[in-house]
Structures are given as C-alpha cells and as structure tokens.
Design a protein around this ligand. Structure first.
Ligand SMILES: *Cc1c(COP(=O)(O)O)cnc(C)c1O
Length: 361
C-alpha cells in the first residue's frame, strides 16, 4: 500500500490513524455486535456517538452555552438556501462576495428575498477579500460572508464590523483549521469534507435566540431545513449520515489529542507558510491571492503558462503528490493543505517546485 501526498480540495486527506481506527471498528463497534453502518440512528450506541461528537466540537471551539450544533445533510450548498429561508425575517439581508462560493450563496438568497451586495472583490478577480465601504444598514436580517474562499485561496482574517447585525459565515474550507471566537457570529456552517470529516455532513453552529424565530419563511421552508425543527430533534428529525457523524467525531478527537485548535492553527500556518515563502521566492511561480489575504488552507499559484502548469501537475503526480490541479474557473495550481496533510507533503511539494523551476528556467 502506498498512500500519496493528498492535496485534494475536498473531499480531502483524512488522518491515517482515524482511518485505521474506523477500519478496526468496521465489523463491530464496541460490543454492539454490529458495524456503525448497520446501527439504528435511534439506538443508545448511536446517540452516544452523536452526543460525543457534538460535545467534542463544543470543547474544541469553546462554543458558548447559548449555541446549538447541528449535523445536517445537503452540503454547504443546501444552506445557501437554508440561511435565507430561516433567517430572512424582514426579507432583507446583506452579502459580501469574495469568490464563487459566496456568489452562489448571494444568488440563491435572491430567490427568497432582497440580498444586497455590500461588497465584492470580483473586479480584481477575487484575488482578495472584499471590505465594507462604510457602516452596515442596521435593519438587515444578517450579513453573510464566506470566510475562506476555497477556489481563490483567500481568507477573511478580520471579520467585517456589522454593528448589531448578526454575521453568518460559511467556514467550509477553514472548519477546524484554527480557533474562532464563536460569540462573534450568529451562525457558522460548513461542509465537513474539507477538513472535518467525510462528505455528506454539514456542521452548523447557531445562536439559540436566532433559532427561536426560525424559519423566517415558514410558508415554504422544507421541514428538513427548518433549524428550529432540527434543533428540537437534536439533528435526528430523519435518518442522518450516521457513519459520517461517527467519522467526524473521530476527527474531532484526533484534533483534541494533537493539541486542539490553537496548536492546529499554528501548525497549519507554519505548513502553508513554507509554500507561500517558496512562491514569493520563485521567479517561475506566482501566487494568485494578495499576500495579506492568503488562506490558511488553500494556496493558489501558477507559472503563467497553461502548458507548464499542466506539466507541473503531471510531474507532481509522478512523485506521489496529487490533487494539485487548480479549480477549473481559475486554472493553475491549488495546494489544499488541510489539517491531515502532513508537513512532509508540503516539504516535498516545495522541493519539487525548486526542481521544476531549475529545469524550466
Ligand atoms: C466546498 C465548498 C462549498 C460547497 O460544499 P458542498 O458541501 O459541496 O455543498 C461551499 N462553500 C465553500 C467555502 C466550500 O469550500
């Protein structure tokens, strides 16, 4: 068996020890006599798995008492609709558009109400995060951001000042990358498949007083997407992705064991920082995001030549490094350096970049 260095943007690398643990429990979980895959979602064994995952996540982020954690399905994409359906109380929200994910969310919100474009960085091809030009209309239902734009490799490091308007953040590609002050948000959510688990789980963290008023669009909100219903049923309205939640729980424990989010954040910046240093020192490669807004997770770069980029990606694959092809919108290369990507993977990539540069100078 040879496991490659996996730079996939999502689904992405998972910790090998978590995969091994899951493997060792695949036929029988504890002394239940069955696999988690075969277990009722209403059984005490599964309820314990669910509550343990929830509690571990609360500990990792230091989630305040007045917030609820939900494990849903439909990916981050379904929440592009879930957010306005639940939170557009007056039918008017504001969006910051930093890339394709926030743009999709903004477009989807327009189906359900008025979604103002408060700021966008599209005029500079999303090479940075947009900044608010002035104070935010305090009557807005919420202000929406995508905090790490996976395709463009940018990250919002300083949250926009929205006054008393609640902030809603898509944190899919920085979920569990580093600590966050949860109390600064009304709601955060993300697909787990980037950094927190397998595909098929959306983790949602929402303040309880917001749930009280959900769903804003009771007339049309599907029961499944009603946050109040989901919270009341503890994510067990219907059959959840049981095995996915089990794996998420294992990953949360792995993060806890390896020092928690503070240590994870430091390791992640050190790891991807080496790659950014290599890009900055290179005469061949250049980064596509402005340095101050660079992502903790996704480094995007190019040689400026389609052919050379393709040759680089192909050469990397021969050397056991995969997932480096840039998103089809942007081209070039993207190295997603999530939690489970070891520092050795980035070291190998940096070494190959130097070799490639020498051969193609
Ligand atoms: C991947 C991604 C999405 C889409 O996630 P799905 O789970 O596939 O719907 C949304 N937002 C961000 C920031 C992402 O990285």
């Amino acid at each position: 068996m040879a496991r490659v260095f996996n730079f996939n943007p999502g689904p992405a690398a998972m910790p090998e020890e978590v995969l091994r643990e899951a493997q060792s429990e695949l036929l029988e979980y504890g002394d239940s006599g069955m696999s988690v895959l075969e277990m009722s979602h209403r059984s005490p064994d599964f309820e314990a798995i669910l509550h343990d995952a929830e509690d571990t996540l609360k500990k990792l982020y230091g989630i305040p008492e007045n917030y609820t954690v939900l494990f849903l399905q439909g990916g981050a994409t379904l929440e592009f609709a879930g957010v306005p359906l639940n939170l557009m109380k007056t039918g008017h929200a504001g969006y910051l558009v930093a890339g394709n994910w926030s743009k999709k969310a903004w477009k989807e919100a327009q189906k359900y109400g008025t979604a103002d474009l408060l700021a966008s960085s599209e005029d500079t091809h999303f090479d940075r995060t947009p900044r608010l030009a002035g104070p935010v209309d305090q009557s807005l239902d919420y202000v929406y951001i995508c905090q790490n734009e996976t395709v463009y490799g940018t990250m919002t490091k300083e949250l926009p000042d929205t006054g008393s308007v609640d902030l809603v953040s898509d944190i899919s590609s920085m979920f569990l990358s580093c600590p966050l002050d949860i109390s600064r948000y009304g709601m955060l959510y993300g697909g787990a498949q980037k950094n927190g688990g397998p595909a098929g789980i959306t983790v949602l963290i929402i303040r309880n007083d917001l749930i009280e008023d959900c769903p804003a669009r009771a007339d049309i909100c599907p029961t499944y997407m009603d946050y109040k219903v989901q919270a009341g049923k503890d994510s067990l309205l219907n059959t959840p992705n049981t095995f996915g939640i089990y794996l998420c729980g294992k990953i949360f424990h792995w993060i806890e064991r390896t020092g928690g989010l503070e240590a994870m954040g430091e390791r992640n910046w050190a790891k991807i920082g080496k790659l950014y240093d290599a890009i900055d020192a290179s005469k061949l490669f250049r980064g596509l995001a402005v340095p101050e807004d660079r992502s903790i997770s996704n480094a995007v770069f190019t040689t400026g030549s389609k052919d050379l980029d393709a040759a680089f990606v192909a050469g990397a694959k021969e050397r056991g490094m995969v997932g480096l092809k840039g998103h089809r919108i942007l081209g070039g290369m993207r190295a997603s350096c999530y939690n489970a990507v070891p520092p050795e993977a980035v070291d190998a990539l940096v070494a190959y970049m130097a070799e490639f540069e020498k051969d193609n100078a």
